[in-house]
Design a protein around this ligand. Structure first.
Ligand code: NOJ
Length: 578
């Protein structure tokens, strides 16, 4: 495919995910809401955010906190009204900011009117909006597919005696995109928000919408969750349906679209995002956020090393160059906190949070920052028993393991505690007051007691805080073509602790050095880089005078010791062979 490097606003933007339930509660019912977000726009603007991503605020029974929609055209009263939503969009636009929302197209809630009709009888006109199949000869599910939650992907509906398909929870039946009426109805819902001025979509589970409807048996029977993904990830008609979506809807607006697509090869990402193919604008780099998940069972942790991370990053940074675009995302509301899985939640929390910020904001690709990462928020501390966990994925896993597989509940909880999605969903920590100024009432989820020292107020005016580092980084990134569009090259790629790379665009050059470890690391730059560093400037660093000493030593060919997570950003070193 032809190489392209056309500047676009969405390539140059920084996106911030607001998890609406936990960001800011304006009416003191303990649940975050849209007016709460409105009250924090100054904060987001000061941070330098261009676009907010708002996960689902549509009416929903909240089996999956909004990812189970009952009405694509409304606002869940818990979050406010349609007028609140319009005001939010208006005020964002007044500030030259934008907003994208989640488009959940793979499934609806089982309480959606389409599904209620669909399940009412075998000959209902909505029957074919979802996947219904007869039981297997033994009365069990039609095949052995498991959902993302690990249970059977089929659920028996007693009333009509057939099973329906759900790739997520039982309350989230999958839509049948092969039915042209489903596609038309979904296109209409997409236009509804775009006609009101919305700036784009993050499309949920986008590469799962076209299934192999012969439903062949899954062969990877050892895999707990989604054992049959090869039959519906990047499925038979996916490109056809995305191109149709583009022609029917997206192409009529000045918007952009991001696909949440896991299990994709880089070739597939190019197919989804090359402009000539008219499908999506970017796909999220999800691989890195799964680096500590055992591929057979995501709840089991596997150790990871820096070489693995370097490989993932190199693939997305280099192989995609000029042929597609990506969102660089390292955490969101579905993962443990960034410092918890890629950094250090304890002794080096501040250092590792800064390093991870530098990492994400100096790579090519549109950064998606998750709320609270900019102040180094940590995993939840209240998940003692399964009753403390609110999210369905962990709860279904717990039930399966303790009942079907007879595992010891405490052993299962040991896996769940560091990984439950609740970890990222604790209320945003604005200050050190009782409920961290998220709300004046007891919030829907417990505030992390470390709000005493991890909070926005404490970091706002501190020149050395994580928050200040993020502000600087966003500011620097915005002005640098090299950081936005430049070529990426990893240096010292064999190093076990240091992740270092250059970014270059015409005569603009950057060198980023990150000690990605809890131990000191010896820095000895390759000679050809030292030669180029002479005219460079240390733009940003994590350890003040120590980092400046390291920089001086490195330039004068002296070996130097980087402290744990110490990071340096140089600009302007000269071109090789000049
Ligand atoms: C991805 C969303 O981020 C997650 O929260 C949700 O559970 C699934 N898609 C299903 O919609």
């Amino acid at each position: 495919m032809k190489k392209i490097m056309k500047p676009e606003f969405w390539k140059e933007s920084v996106i911030y995910e607001v998890y609406p339930r936990s960001f800011k509660d304006s009416n003191n019912d303990g649940i975050g809401d849209i007016p709460g977000i409105l009250s924090k726009l100054d904060y987001l603007q000061d941070l330098g955010i261009d676009i907010i991503w708002l996960p689902p605020v549509y009416p929903s029974p909240n089996a999956d906190y909004g990812y189970d929609i009952t009405d694509h055209y409304g606002i869940n009263p818990e979050y406010g009204t349609m007028d609140d939503w319009k005001q939010l969009l208006h005020e964002l636009h007044e500030r030259n900011m934008r907003m994208i929302m989640d488009l959940v197209i793979n499934h609806t809630s089982d309480e959606h009117p389409w599904f209620k009709e669909s399940r009412s009888s075998r000959d209902n006109k909505y029957r074919d909006y979802y996947f219904w199949r007869d039981p297997a000869p033994d009365g069990g599910p039609p095949n052995n597919w498991t959902s993302f939650l690990g249970d059977s992907m089929w659920h028996l509906d007693e009333q009509t005696g057939q099973y329906y398909l759900h790739s997520y929870g039982i309350k989230q039946p999958d839509l049948n995109w092969d039915n042209p009426n489903v596609r038309k109805d979904m296109h209409r819902a997409m236009r509804f928000w775009l006609d009101m001025g919305m700036d784009g979509y993050r499309i949920d589970a986008v590469n799962s919408i076209s299934k192999d409807t012969s439903f062949p048996p899954a062969t990877d029977t050892e895999k707990m969750q989604a054992n049959s993904s090869e039959f519906y990830k990047n499925g038979p008609h996916i490109h056809e349906y995305l191109h149709e979506m583009y022609t029917e809807v997206f192409s009529h607006y000045n918007i952009f679209t991001t696909g949440e697509a896991s299990d994709v090869t880089l070739e597939e990402v190019k197919e989804y995002t090359h402009p000539a193919r008219e499908e999506l604008n970017m796909v999220l780099m999800i691989e890195a956020s799964k680096i500590c998940d055992d591929p057979k069972d995501m709840w089991k942790s596997k150790s990871w090393d820096l070489h693995e991370l370097k490989e993932i990053v190199a693939k997305w940074q280099k192989d995609l160059y000029g042929e597609g675009w990506m969102g660089t995302y390292l955490s969101n509301h579905d993962h443990p906190r960034l410092v918890a899985y890629l950094g250090d939640e304890g002794r080096y929390r501040v250092e590792s949070a800064k390093m991870l910020g530098i990492f994400q904001l100096t790579l090519r690709g549109t950064p998606y920052i998750y709320q609270g990462d900019e102040i180094g928020m940590t995993n939840a501390s209240h998940l003692h028993t399964i009753d403390d966990v609110t999210e369905q994925q962990a709860r279904v896993y717990y039930d399966l393991m303790t009942t079907k597989y007879g595992e010891d509940p405490e052993q299962v909880m040991k896996r769940i505690r560091p990984k439950a999605r609740d970890n990222a969903r604790t209320p945003m920590q604005w200050d050190d007051s009782q409920y961290a100024d998220f709300s004046a009432q007891k919030p829907w989820m417990q505030v992390n007691p470390n709000k005493e020292y991890i909070n926005v107020q404490r970091q706002e005016d501190d020149p050395d805080s994580i928050l200040t580092m993020y502000r600087k980084l966003i500011h620097i990134r915005r002005k640098s073509s090299a950081l936005l569009y430049g070529k990426y090259d990893c240096i010292m790629s064999e190093h076990d602790q240091i992740f270092a790379y250059t970014r270059e665009w015409h005569d603009e050059h950057w060198l980023i050095i990150l000690n990605f470890s809890r131990s000191e690391a010896e820095l000895q730059l390759p000679q050809e880089l030292i030669d180029r560093l002479e005219s460079s400037e240390l733009i940003l660093c994590t350890h003040g005078d120590h980092s400046r000493d390291v920089a001086r030593a490195a330039i004068s060919q002296q070996p130097a010791q980087l402290k744990p997570y110490e990071s340096l950003v140089f600009r302007g070193f000269s071109i090789l062979d000049q």
